[in-house]
Design a protein around this ligand. Structure first.
Ligand code: ZN
Length: 353
């Protein structure tokens, strides 16, 4: 499991907000290369790694989005402070006083999201959440022109700077487990498949811009037109204070999560044929799993299954605490079991489709 943890660490510490997934794509290429026959990056920036199978066997697309939520410079004020928009769904208060990496044309530089010290806050200020509009990034620039000379401009992407750490009981914490956890399990699944006897053609796809509208998944699925597809992602467990099992019934440490429905059906209603395939394989191979009916977020599967005349698609997720924050937490045993279930499901797809 050490190798898988190191892979997650590298992917989590790397930076790639929606639309700027290049450095994640490079890691994926390096790791997937040995297990695939062909690799290319399409016009949108999706990485498509193909492992060819037998001509009469089904083709399976396994998608993991490479992007993470982040920030983008909207305005540089006269004093060199940067106003920004969020790219993807942050709760504003998780951003206050974070350290960020500002990806300038001259390379990455350090920034911080500053705030008014409590000493000078009025009672009113303390009660009201700070609006993103009122937040700013300080990169140490002397003024507007100095910021420009540092390589900052309107449109410069920024990401949260938070290092991966190991916690107790096989738990780990870091930023962007959404969805570098999916990227890590896709790579590990492809490694396992390379040592198995698998007939299916597999398209291992690192998709772009999931967090801003499931975009790369839509175009890559259209181009590949697979018989079956699987999206990998993270999902919300209801196992910590502030949330109940009624809000989210799954827990960390209890195995891969198979989506039945997400966004109360407005996202995807996973077809029974897909559920039979994934749960049947899990039972055959003795892999514990959890079923999930969600009413909040959704995944790449939502755009894949609506492609062309419809592609049967499932979602396999790792339960992850505090998602869309810089301190996401997951259980490495879940990640390992998820990779195994992907590999075994790809191997068994011919029995079901
Ligand atoms: Zn995600």
């Amino acid at each position: 499991m050490q190798k898988l943890q190191e892979l997650l660490e590298e992917l989590s510490n790397a930076h790639g907000i929606s639309g700027y997934e290049g450095s994640i794509c490079e890691i994926m290429k390096r790791e997937l290369g040995p297990f695939c026959d062909e690799m290319r990056v399409d016009k949108m920036g999706n990485l498509i790694a193909t492992r060819k199978g037998k001509a009469d066997a089904p083709s399976v697309m396994v998608a993991s989005h490479m992007d993470e939520i982040g920030l983008m410079v909207k305005y540089i004020d006269d004093n060199g402070f940067l106003n920004f928009v969020t790219v993807g769904g942050f709760f504003s208060q998780t951003l206050l006083n974070q350290r960020v990496v500002v990806h300038t044309t001259n390379g990455p530089i350090v920034g911080v999201i500053g705030s008014k010290p409590p000493h000078v806050m009025k009672e009113e200020d303390k009660k009201n959440p700070v609006k993103i509009d009122d937040m700013f990034v300080d990169v140490g620039a002397k003024n507007h022109d100095d910021a420009i000379s540092l390589g900052v401009d309107i449109g410069t992407p920024m990401s949260i700077d938070r290092d991966f750490k190991v916690m107790k009981n096989d738990l780990v914490t870091g930023k962007a487990f959404d969805n570098r956890a999916g990227c890590a399990m896709l790579i590990e699944a492809m490694r396992q498949i390379s040592e198995m006897d698998v007939d299916a053609t597999i398209y291992a796809v690192g998709t772009v811009q999931e967090e801003v509208g499931l975009k790369g998944a839509r175009t890559s699925a259209f181009g590949l037109n697979p018989d079956v597809a699987l999206a990998t992602d993270v999902t919300i467990p209801g196992d910590h204070p502030g949330i109940t099992k009624k809000d989210a019934s799954v827990s960390i440490g209890k195995g891969p999560v198979l989506t039945v429905v997400d966004a109360a059906g407005r996202g995807i209603m996973v077809p029974p044929s897909i559920l039979k395939w994934l749960t049947g394989t899990a039972k055959d191979k003795g892999i514990a799993y959890q079923l999930d009916v969600g009413d909040g977020g959704t995944t790449d599967a939502t755009s894949i299954h609506m492609t062309r005349e419809g592609i049967p698609t499932g979602v396999l997720s790792v339960a992850t605490r505090y998602i869309h924050s810089p301190v996401e937490v997951l259980d490495m045993n879940d990640l390992k079991a998820s990779a195994k279930l992907i590999a075994e499901s790809v191997a068994s797809v011919g029995k079901y489709f």
